[in-house]
Write a protein that binds this ligand. Structure first.
Ligand SMILES: Nc1nc2c(ncn2[C@@H]2O[C@H](COP(=O)(O)OP(=O)(O)O)[C@@H](O)[C@H]2O)c(=O)[nH]1
Ligand SMILES: [Mg+2]
Length: 255
């Protein structure tokens, strides 16, 4: 890691950044450095929580070295569980701050946005989405047409559940209290942000434009199986929404 502002290790950090990982070891030093530089003096105490599913790719050694160099990093290696969404929830369980940021390890999500997320939450937002699809946002030209169409269809399917331009984003921030008030979370596959919004019902949801970069190292874990799980997940969320919100509204209108 190059020279980075020394960060105070705190038992009471102002921000917890949660990053689920599966075979991402080469990305971790760059990610840690980019976060340190982006946050700089804006957020004096923070922690980076990496939740890895026993990748066995040297991530333990990589994280040990970063910690020795002063990075406020915690690594959790899960041996008996897999899945991006449950990894994020595991991160929430051990996080110590009252504001959480969730992001990918693969450098697709611009770290420079983290202070904006933080500011939005301090100004009253309880959930902030990093949006690729609002003015000022975008995705890398290297995205294949198939991936673009895929993302657009997945987004359209989620639209009736929440009013946001990018409900599928994996880069978001939230208050700990929003997570705490969610009824039992049953994340399936990929989209934990969507479930947090549907169940946590933010009172003040904000979006910040982001530019999504194509990953440099490693491979995407987005598989056909994950996409099928997403459809099952959507059905669950539609059922939940029907029982908690839509049915009550309909009854009220009809009476
Ligand atoms: N812990 C854990 N992390 C995962 C899993 N699947 C994906 N990830 C991580 O979740 C983030 C997003 O995954 P990625 O493959 O980049 O998905 P994509 O951006 O949709 O192509 C990355 O940091 C991955 O390493 C998993 O099963 N367990
Ligand atoms: Mg990715």
């Amino acid at each position: 890691m190059k020279e980075v502002e020394p960060v105070t290790y705190s038992n009471n950090p102002m921000l917890s950044i949660i990053v689920p990982t599966l075979r991402e070891a080469p990305n971790i030093p760059i990610l840690t450095e980019e976060i340190s530089i982006a946050i700089g003096q804006v957020i004096p105490s923070w922690e980076l929580i990496i939740v890895d599913d026993n990748s066995g790719d040297g991530i333990v050694g990589v994280c040990d070295k970063l910690r020795r160099d002063g990075a406020p990093l915690r690594l959790i290696v899960r041996k008996n569980e897999t899945g991006l969404a449950t990894a994020v929830l595991k991160g929430f369980d051990v996080a110590r701050a009252s504001i959480f940021v969730v992001m990918d390890a693969d450098l697709s999500h611009p770290c420079s946005i983290i202070p904006m997320f933080y500011r939005e939450i301090q100004n009253g937002a309880d959930f902030v989405i990093g949006s690729r699809y609002m003015p000022g946002g975008g995705t890398d030209d290297k995205w294949t047409v198939l991936r673009f169409i895929n993302s657009k269809i997945a987004t359209l399917l989620a639209m009736p559940l929440i009013s946001a331009s990018d409900p599928m984003s994996g880069f978001f921030a939230l208050r700990r209290s929003l997570w705490k008030r969610c009824e039992k979370l049953s994340p399936l596959g990929y989209k934990v942000g969507l479930e947090l919004i549907v169940k946590g019902k933010p009172k003040n949801l904000q979006e910040v434009p982001i530019y999504f970069r194509t990953r440099k190292f490693g491979e995407s874990k987005l598989s056909t199986r994950q996409q099928l799980l997403y459809i099952r997940h959507l059905i669950r969320l539609y059922t939940y929404k029907w029982h908690t919100d839509w049915r009550n509204n309909l009854t009220r209108i009809l009476h």
